[in-house]
Design a protein around this ligand. Structure first.
Ligand code: ATP
Length: 237
């Protein structure tokens, strides 16, 4: 379970995250949505202990990320794609993470298989396409068999087949009772994947709840967003 309460983040004069509160619960995929610059990454960085909130609390299974005993076994995260060294082979990137977190080496083959990178495991990351880098990032997030996944724009750069593979995977991961929180600026895609949605605009949550509740009365999630923000289709993305 993920729980954010009144989280704010100030960068100099800019209030990037403004009193954000929401939860992501086990057994469901929660889509964290908003246009570019809305505050999604800033919020996720705070949740994952990469950055500090100016105020408010962000908890993972009741604890702030830095207090987790075995972080990678509790929460798998992908913030900036794979963030792997370009000269490293994909498999070595995963080995390094597994070793430094006492995760059995056998998991490396399993996660490579899950994300479809088995054949490219020994290729250097600099030769990976953006989609392959995304998949390597997901593989790293899955290494510790976490009950919680937090993914920032996981389908960025993926082709339609890649998007469908990730979507199917995330849905089945949540169906096993795990918590999945993913950010996206793609409303249409997230509508296909998420059970619950949290919409952020200019640092503030403007809607949250089950997808069907947030979209009620609108032809699509995208139209619901435009109605909520008072913008017209095509102008704000
Ligand atoms: N380190 C920083 N210093 C100053 N301003 C920042 C910093 N990080 C983010 N911001 C600003 O905070 C706001 C929110 O940015 P953030 O990256 O969280 O948005 P986002 O919703 O993830 O957008 P995107 O989809 O483009 O990644 C933006 O205006 C951004 O310019």
């Amino acid at each position: 379970m993920i729980e954010l309460t009144n989280v704010s983040k100030q960068y100099g004069p800019k209030l990037a995250v403004d009193g954000v509160s929401f939860s992501a619960v086990p057994g469901r995929v929660t889509g964290f949505l908003g246009p570019n610059g809305a505050g999604k990454s800033s919020t996720l960085r705070i949740l994952l202990g990469v950055d500090r909130a100016t105020s408010g609390t962000a908890l993972i299974d009741g604890q702030p990320y830095p207090s987790l005993q075995q972080p990678l076994r509790t929460v798998g995260a992908m913030l900036d794609g794979a963030s792997a060294l370009p000269e490293r082979r994909g498999i070595d990137h995963l080995r390094w993470i597994a070793q430094s977190n006492r995760i059995p080496a056998q998991r490396i083959g399993e996660v490579l298989e899950t994300v479809g990178l088995t054949d490219a495991a020994k290729v250097r990351v600099r030769k990976y396409s953006l989609g392959m880098q995304q998949r390597l990032g997901l593989a790293a997030a899955l290494l510790g068999e976490p009950r919680i996944l937090v993914l920032d724009e996981p389908v960025n750069g993926l082709d339609p087949e890649g998007i469908r593979t990730i979507r199917t995977f995330l849905r089945s991961y949540a169906a096993k009772g795990n918590t999945v929180l993913l950010s996206s600026h793609l409303m249409g895609e997230t509508e296909e994947t998420a059970d619950d949605v949290v919409i952020i605009n200019r640092g503030r949550i403007i809607a949250s709840g089950p997808l069907e509740e947030v979209t009620a009365g609108h032809p699509s999630l995208e139209e619901a967003f435009f109605a909520l923000t008072g913008t017209q289709s095509g102008l704000s993305w």
